[in-house]
Design a protein around this ligand. Sequence first.
Ligand code: NAG
Length: 493
Amino acid sequence: MKSSNSRPSRVATNPFVHELKFTIPQAIQIGLMSVTVFPVRLLLVASLMLLAWPFAFVASLGRSDFVVEPPSWWMSAIDLCLRVIMRAMWFCGGFHWIKVKGQRAAPTEVPILAVAPHSSYFDAIPVTLTMCSIVGKLESRSIPVWGTLISYVRPVFVFRSDQDSRRKTVEEIKRRALSGGAWPQIMIFPEGTCTNRSGLILFKPGAFIPGLPVQPVVLRYPNALDTISWTWQGPGAFKLLWLTLCQPHNPLEIEYLPVYTPSDAERGDPALFANNVRKLMARALQLPLTDLSFDDREISLSRGPLRIHDYSGLLEFNRLACRLRPRAGRTDKVLEEQARRARKLQADGLSAEDFAQFLDLPLTDTLARVHSLFDQRGDGLIDARLYVIALSTAHRPSQSLETLKLAFEMYENEETGDVLRRDLAAILEIMLGVKNVELSSLFSSLKGPHRATITYDELCHFIEHHPSFVEDYLNFENHPRHRPKSNGRHKDD
Ligand SMILES: *[C@@H]1O[C@H](CO)[C@@H](O)[C@H](O)[C@H]1NC(C)=O
């Protein structure tokens, strides 16, 4: 797949991973702390959390999800107790002093605080310091103890199972934001997922759709050893807790930036509003912008024997494809159906008009751009099968064998189930996101150099027995372990 030249790709790195490496002194320190300070801290933290529970539980009795009750002295008393207990809990966890810069604006002035970068469950600290509401998964309510504490801050729940959930969540945020300070302020982590704080990923628009002023808040954890980042790939929750409790002190800085009032243009365009706030926060943090979003993490973290090697082209494709047809409308059945039609077309080149017809969509700019991504010879004609492979890869990045099967169904000879070597190369180019795939090593280990075809079962069997198949048997541009072409063991064509 070509990448369009309209926008430079800024997605060479992956902020959804966190690789933790210790120096020897750090390892010794953790060893010593593990048998001394750690058990004491863990006990204190756990006791304080248990102590907080009855307060949160009592406070949430008889509460309605739709109205805020009038202020009362006993609610204020409970709130004060909870704040003290939570602060003591973080203190025992090593967050002895927390630097707060800037001024938090009053709820009547700004209903929404946009907090970034989101990197960990320790980001609950600013929430418990302010007792702001948050936006969270409904499931989190049923976590023992912690779930009750979450419920205490009156979160806006996201109903994952509900088709309409995104709209409902945004509506609820809007309703509360327009209450003129009756509801608590809402802290939103607009990135919507945790990263390793190496850059700011794209913001979701929820916090910006109401078009009201927001206060940006930036978080910094200036620790030498990053025991905080809790990303999709990296140490798990308990390991991070353990390592964090084994640090003498965990520094945290919360900075309230000046309130940002949207312009008329930004009010009309939440994505523009979100992006401008993101830029401003990135400047305050001195971090780069990373043009990845929450929805991209599956593609950038694909697993399996045929995991995606260079995902920038597929990410771009996916963004365009989602604009053509929302992700929800992309089921396995739709893929099967498109594959069936693409198979019928075989190598017939489709012009942009034909492609629009193939997709049953009007010919728009976006559609033309998707079309141009597959125009490999530059003659304005594309092979629809390549589009289906890209769609399947983007749809289920970690089920590469399913995609491979679908691809074979489109390319194989009906009688023998064979796929030509050059077709397999084209399939793998799309699936791995690479160029100039070269299969001589594979074919010579498989059947001798004279074979020119392969079946799905043969290939699957081979991949099963060679877990690092891509590294050892394929060659392509920018291969991670680039082998010289004159390697004597392999015959090139
Ligand atoms: C964090 O993400 C960046 C890419 O944005 C990556 O280069 C870096 O290695 C990651 N850091 C860790 C500690 O994994």
